[in-house]
Design a protein around this ligand. Sequence first.
Ligand code: ATP
Ligand code: MG
Length: 363
Amino acid sequence: MKKEKIILTGDRPTGKLHIGHFVGSLKRRVELQNSGEFDKIFIMIADAQALTDNVDNPEKVRQNIIEVALDYLACGIDPTKSTIFIQSQIAELCELSFYYMNLVTVSRLQRNPTVKTEIQMRNFESSIPVGFFTYPISQAADITAFKATTVPVGEDQKPMLEQTNEIVRRFNHIYGDTLVEPEILLPDNAACLRLPGTDGKAKMSKSLGNCIYLSETADELQKKIKSMYTDPDHIRVQDPGKIEGNTVFTYLDAFCNDEHFGRYLNEYANLDELKAHYQRGGLGDMKVKKFLGAIMEEQLGPIRERRKEFEKDIPAIYEMLKKGCDDARAVAADTLADVRRAMKINYFEDTNFIAEQAKRFHD
Ligand code: ATP
Ligand code: MG
């Protein structure tokens, strides 16, 4: 039988989705969904994971589930082609995590560079919640429960995928071939691997408050772009400017194509020409920001409009999510049955087993 091609990916409901999510993963998901090349696509709203560092703020997580779902739909995730579900509603994932915990050492988790950075960001150094510390294991459960072959994510997720593959290999080695090793699918465009925040910080992240949200109003969008971090030494228009680390140019790398020049800035043929002028001097930040503003509005305007349409029937979205949870649960339950069988903890399913035990005591 041909191996099924399955996608699993998701987002934490800690806020609305931003353009980092879009270029890092969401845009790719929609393309893959519409390519028809995948047998199944699962998109998970990771509320249980969000609670690992928002333990005292359950309301934030609760409120943001619908925000994330609306962002998905607005971007073109189609519930007839992709299963959207909520992590906490699939109890099977907890059970899988519990078994996987035996396959991972504390020192291995401590070496995870993404977890290290996130611990620093959250000031968890002196007292790390165990749930947060072990979230790479629960993420391995999420991915393997759906036998995912492909995980389209941003670069920060690379260590999670490595951890998942180690768990899969160790499990299969000990208990026999059961789980599937997933492949990470990173964005092709280098600027999209880890989109920086509007403040120039390394990563746009809900938790850092440096985001451009997909649902931003047109005014707010332009305001955020105008106040973006550029080259702090580029003070006068005639001064030469730097491209490296200049967030406006990083966003142009992520979003701009040659046609945009024809539409909004026809003195230049392409981004290389614009960059060269900026580096030479004589090109002001505001002109570049205005150009970026036009491109972003072209990209986000239709998403904003579609979101407004979906906002008209919120109960229908919860219905869709409920169905997604039911479908996802059935798949995870099948995998869990395989896992229990492999781990020899399926005592009541295996009728021979009980007969053999009886024999052992009577012979
Ligand atoms: P939080 O701050 O709560 O962790 P986040 O903004 O980092 O939120 P996640 O929900 O953790 O977002 O990430 C969801 C997906 O989006 C992951 O695949 C991640 O790799 C991708 N992603 C998040 N931020 C970026 C970014 N700035 N650039 C590229 N991809 C990103
Ligand atoms: Mg994150």
